[in-house]
Design a protein around this ligand. Sequence first.
Ligand code: SAM
Length: 231
Amino acid sequence: MRVDVLTLFPGIFSGPLDHSILLKAREAGLLTIAVHDLREFAEGKHRVTDEPPLGGGGGMVMKPEPIFAGVEALRERFGPGKAVLLSPQGETLTSSLARRLAPEEHLILICGRYEGVDQRVADHLADLEVSIGDYVLTGGELPALVLIDAVARFLPGVLGDPMASTRDSFEEGLLEAPQYTRPRLFRGHAVPEVLLSGDHAAVEEWRREEALRRTRERRPDLVTRISHKGS
Ligand code: SAM
């Protein structure tokens, strides 16, 4: 998968993409990420990318021209790409949305700043608006990184164990069961006996029950969703 990011703050991206699984995925050629400064696509001596909102109101709004120019230039150079505008007003990022985006060959992520982005970007350029949750951040860079990380986990070959993501929380509509490692007794707290039994069927059964129990306790909304799907 190729991911191009359009941002006014490219420096934010160095660091998170340069470690661990995302770094390995990039090195293995499974994921190519290129971060572009939106100012490069702005015209005029001052390369202006934002202006006060029409109709008044505080702050600045990102202009459409550099964003359209950026997306069009990237599509011309690297072929058709799904343009995703990061926005608190978009579809909420879930595991299933990340999985849906994983087969895309090319994503172009548009990071807003200030009071947001001229509406024509959402209406006439972006294929999708994505929110990472019901809160407002100062910019779309962290949401873009979250999106990249969530999608990358579903790219074939990115996780060492191909089954790992299928056991994670949300995959079967449930939270994952608790995990333990050695020592079997730590500060008086023992690990559940069944995990030491060597009985794989019993361990699976215990995990399923624990996943259900903790989902009911912590996220009853997820359990309701599963039962509606089943009916
Ligand atoms: N005025 C906008 C509103 O109320 O909907 C919020 C603008 S926000 C301060 C600036 C930029 O940060 C947005 O254009 C978007 O790119 C990004 N952003 C902020 N919160 C976000 C979220 N929860 N999910 C995705 N992007 C977000």
